[in-house]
Design a protein around this ligand. Structure first.
Ligand code: E4P
Length: 226
């Protein structure tokens, strides 16, 4: 499983890159506008922070295939390193995906609510598909089941496209989609931090240290200088 940061906040991204095994950064228009900055400058700064190897996902705004293709080519020229173009999966998106993939531009089909949206994007050549797990759950659908069915379809038809599951509101959803066959997930910074933030672990550490210092002395807080 690879982990992506679903954010455009440079400070949060820099912190998570330092502490966690991060494969890249995903953005969407809502995430970008929250930063209230010129977007090209922001993409370039994120690129500087994450380096050229990690993938940076940038979503198009245009809706017809011609606009999508033009935006994708513009972004690919402006932003260095590994860039993946996110395209919400519509009929126009499928057409644009075929064109962009034949030009060597990597595509992620996003805003996916059904397995067949994912299958069409994949067959058009998308490198990734992003089912919106929490948004599906909010429609009284079952986001995990959608991910499981996409994984089954990809396996049945030997499709190499990866599932990059997105839109989470809690760790249980992430855990469930990983078990259901998601290859990768993109998660908001606040939720990533909760992966290893367990009061039980903090209590255990305190108990270990207390026993240690009772045995070896109050000044012994590491294994160094016994
Ligand atoms: C990721 O690429 C998606 O745009 C994002 O996860 C959507 O999340 P939301 O449903 O919390 O807005």
């Amino acid at each position: 499983m690879r982990l992506y940061i679903d954010s455009a906040n440079v400070e949060e991204i820099a912190h998570l890159i330092e502490y966690y095994p991060i494969a890249g950064v995903t953005t969407n228009p809502s995430i970008i506008v929250q930063e209230q900055r010129p977007y090209l400058e922001l993409f370039k700064e994120i690129r500087e922070v994450i380096g050229g190897e990690r993938e940076l996902f940038i979503q198009v705004i245009g809706e017809c295939a011609e606009e999508i293709v033009a935006e994708a080519k513009f972004i690919s020229k402006q932003i260095q390193g590994n860039v993946v173009i996110k395209i919400p999966v519509t009929e126009e998106a499928i057409k644009a995906t075929k064109i962009l993939v034949s030009d060597g531009i990597a595509v992620l089909g996003t805003a996916i609510y059904t397995p067949f949206q994912a299958l069409m994007a994949a067959k058009a050549g998308a490198k990734y598909v992003a089912p919106y797990v929490n948004r599906i759950d909010n429609l009284t659908g079952n986001g995990t089941k959608v991910v499981a069915e996409i994984a089954q379809l990809f396996s049945n038809y030997e499709v190499a496209t990866e599932i990059l599951a997105a839109s989470f509101k809690n760790v249980q959803q992430i855990h469930d989609v990983c078990l259901a066959g998601a290859h990768t997930v993109t998660v908001a910074p606040q939720l990533i931090s909760t992966f290893v933030s367990l009061p039980a672990t903090v209590n255990d550490i305190a108990a270990f240290k207390k026993q240690w210092q009772q045995a070896y002395g109050k000044d012994k807080s590491t294994l160094i200088n016994s």
